[in-house]
Design a protein around this ligand. Sequence first.
Ligand code: F6P
Length: 547
Amino acid sequence: MALPSINPTSTPAWKALQNHFNAIKEENIKDLFSKDKNRADNFKINWEDFYVDFSKNRITEETFKLLLELVDQVKLKEAIASYYTGDIINKTENRAVLHTALRGKESDTVFVDGKNVMPEIFAVKEKMEAFTNDIVKGNRKGYTNKRFTDVVNIGIGGSDLGPAMVVDSLQFYKNHLTTHFVSNIDGDHVNEVIKKLDPETTLFVIVSKTFTTQETLTNATTIREWFLKHAKQDDVAKHFVAVSTNIEKVKAFGIDENNIFPMWNWVGGRFSLWSAVGLTVSLAVGFDNFNKLLKGANAMDIHFKNEEFQNNIPVVLALISVWYNNFFGAESEAVIAYSQYLSQFATYLQQGIMESNGKSIDRNGDRVNYETGTLIWGEPGTNSQHAFFQLIHQGTKLIPADFIGFAESLHGNKDHQDKLISNYIAQTEALLNGKTKEEVLKELKDQDLSNQEIKELLPFKVFEGNKPTNSIFIKKLTPESLGKLIAMYEHKIFVQGIIWNIYSYDQFGVELGKQLASSILEDIKFNTLKHHDASTQNLLEFFKTFR
Ligand code: F6P
């Protein structure tokens, strides 16, 4: 079944939300708490090891009710059924979108073109497991018969960001293998990584869904050339493996057929870490932990598919985000994880969210007349408190933020953990309450300042508050809980794409730059600089003087 194609602004719920927004836009969350003693309990979801508190938002019961009507009116239920059953919901690329199947159970049945894809998924998982065990246990060795010590993931975009973020986030669970990631076409990136490697003990995992990506093929070629300065052609088979849908191209690159881990067109690059694209994750933390990551994601998939929308975490987070994006006119959202392990999480989400929902043409092929995808950014707390929190607290922009925290630390240092979590909670409270004129006045008076000094300083010390946050509080960072967290954001992306009536699973917006880069490369090589605009021509001339 095709996705419904409904302009959200034409729904009765949207119109009601517009009126409702005008009525409540000045409301203060603090007052909403005073008016409703049950607010904190009404606006929270307790699910497995997740506690999601969305009460610190500029919403009322009425807002929530209307937002829930909106998802009914854009037919979210039907869309979810299409998503999970392998319908061609990526219509512009004529593909199903089945990252959920990758973490499904072996007994599940999911059909693409009349064929159940679960056996293939599990065959590749078995191959990943056997390969991981062979490398980790040292049964499979390098060309001089030494055990592997290092793994290099060569890929970009979804073939890099997901595995890199997960490996970093799960470093507590890592084994002895040292992992490296090469992504950028910048030759200094690959050379900095090569500097640290011993060809005899390094395994290279080339990850490219299409196996046509300039960055990945250039980096893989450079690395292979370096490798062949030390080893022989026949040794390539021992050290290079690939993950791709494009088996012919992988073989043409010289990778042994046994060393190919297939993936499928129905896995989007930015949702592919659950497939063999996660091979580096499996190598780094062991297949069992990789499987636990998948299990966690599967639990979130089931929650998203079956839970009533008012208790459905991805749905609720998506609705709150739409509320700020489309009614308050907020342009960006911050994701602040109070865990250093999650330092790459916002970067990872940037591709997922912005490549998916950065669209301006709706599912009818028309230009949208409302805002779509949000800008997403963030850094871990507490570091970010000492960087950009000033702007969130006292700037002119409304920046709704997700605060992610883990109640238990992994190394068990209670003193640090108490301090970390007190910062986590204090920030959401400070953003909610702010600091009134009266409070500041009292504080300054207590400091024995003169009246004149107090008068001058007072306006700068006031915090308006009323800054919205979601608190996503999780028991502990484990492979399972990380899987749940990632899947939660994947489904939030899906819900928002449905509401905004856009196709979330293509990415034509990255093509133009790729095309132009190839033609400019030719111009640089053949010195044909004249046909560009004046600015581009000057830049090319400047570059020419240093080539
Ligand atoms: O940047 C565009 C993109 O197509 C991403 O969607 C994808 O994750 C990335 O390039 C890498 O593509 P591939 O895995 O085919 O090398």
